[in-house]
Design a protein around this ligand. Sequence first.
Ligand SMILES: [Zn+2]
Length: 191
Amino acid sequence: MLHSMSDSRAPEPMRQHGAGTPDGFRRLWTPHRMAYIKGEGKPEGPGADDGCPFCAIQAMADAEGLIVARGTLVYAVLNLYPYNSGHLMVCPFRHVADYTDLDEAETAELAAYTKTAMTVLRAVSGAQGFNIGMNMGGVAGAGIAAHLHQHVVPRWGGDTNFMPVIGQTKVLPQLLAETREVLAVAWKAAD
Ligand SMILES: [Zn+2]
């Protein structure tokens, strides 16, 4: 796994900023989402200034926004609503909804970052497989359809078994911060 869970204290719930699209597995994660994502806003509209989290976190410090690596045209960020530990998203800096809207350079760097994400997750966590992909449009399951993002979800044999275990409300914010730190260091080494 990505880290040891040695902290048996029960820290107060804290709000973690970040970006993500709640979807299929949300009910598994409801317990800890409740603790710190109360009122977590989805965008009010399709524009970059309508509260798009993928735009907003670009202005944050990496640790605050859970950003793992920044490229020239794209960046990699931990999902605030992870399916699994280490669930990353690769997004263009530009507020673009559709994959066909990316120019060639953005397309190339998004692909390169997806590969690096796999390399890093294998190195750090021994990921045995991945689910990788994008949901284009709300009807396809995109929670934040206005700003495209490629999911990179590491998988392990039997990984659904530990999800309830790590799904403890008060631990997750620290878990995400620690995960981000580990991945960011490994990303520098892989880049
Ligand atoms: Zn945006």
